[in-house]
Unconditional design. Structure first.
Length: 300
């Protein structure tokens, strides 16, 4: 595997896709990413080329013997279909979260990747931020009493991004990674269509029956930010710990992790834990969506 090179293609050239192209063309010296070679990119729009990278058709990308892996950076609703096409063509896949907009699809795709002996890697840069790494250190070993994670952001087009439990799965991933497995006790959603406003509120219980709340709130002009309030037996954490800026960009860290998997340098235990976390979060996202979409119970 030492000299093995993996030809790659980037599918979709939005913000993430452009970052992917940049990072594939400029791998970190002596990192696993040096084993990835960009062959081109696929887009519905016509570019010709971007920074030396040439545009190729989807058909050519699927057919090419020189392309071993696809980086999928298209809109959420097309992830499932695109992953399926590349796995069927015998390619490894890196996809931006969420990997699919239903739990069933996610489980099927994962099974397909395993049957074909291909790496299916879901980007989770939210776990790679310095802010999060510090938070995780801070929370480690403490006993939770109760907690809230409140996210605000600008309006999304849900036809493209999916239900908020899926588009906001980064927050759910945080909670599961920090506090272990969760069960949904209730979930509701308030919509003000005329104001383009949406607020989803989810109540969880930890394995020790402690309550956690996740609020995902979006509206015009809302600043993108996360607020936390985690109370432990030892006191409450209401602000993020100070964190230095990382020397290595988040997409590059993620790309290195993908390359490590391709080179067989990630342990079975790590892979299994990651698979559990990703599929568990998607299962919970679906449960949340079902709760929110139930017809209103009439309360007298």
């Amino acid at each position: 595997q030492i000299n093995k090179m993996f030809g790659t293609v980037v599918v979709g050239v939005g913000i993430a896709g452009l970052a992917r192209i940049r990072d594939l063309m400029n791998p970190m010296p002596s990192s696993p990413s040096e084993h990835l070679k960009l062959f081109g990119f696929v887009s519905r729009r016509s570019f010709g080329s971007i920074n030396e990278a040439k545009q190729i058709s989807l058909e050519d990308a699927l057919r090419s013997k020189e392309i071993h892996a696809a980086f999928i950076s298209t809109e959420n609703k097309t992830h499932e279909e695109t992953i399926r096409m590349f796995l069927e063509a015998g390619k490894h896949v890196l996809v931006e979260y969420p990997m699919a907009l239903s739990a069933k699809a996610a489980h099927e795709l994962w099974e397909m990747a395993e049957q074909k002996d291909k790496v299916l890697h879901v980007e989770h840069i939210e776990l790679l931020t310095e802010e999060y790494k510090q938070l995780k250190k801070e929370v480690a070993g403490k006993d939770l009493v109760k907690g809230t994670l409140h996210f605000t952001g600008s309006v999304l087009d849900e036809n493209k991004t999916g239900f908020p439990a899926f588009s906001g799965i980064a927050r759910l991933t945080w909670l599961i990674d920090l506090f272990g497995d969760l069960t949904v006790t209730s979930a509701t959603r308030e919509m003000q269509k005329d104001k383009n406003y949406s607020r989803m509120t989810v109540h969880f219980q930890t394995a020790n029956q402690k309550p956690l709340t996740w609020i995902e709130e979006r509206g015009p002009g809302m600043r993108r930010e996360k607020k936390i309030n985690f109370c432990f037996t030892s006191g409450c954490l209401e602000n993020f710990p100070q964190a230095p800026r990382s020397a290595v960009g988040l997409f590059m860290q993620d790309q290195n992790l993908f390359a490590k998997k391709l080179l067989g340098q990630v342990s079975k235990e790590e892979l299994a834990a990651e698979k559990w976390r990703i599929l568990r979060c998607l299962d919970l996202a679906e449960v949340i969506q079902q709760h929110c979409e139930q017809p209103e119970k009439i309360c007298s």
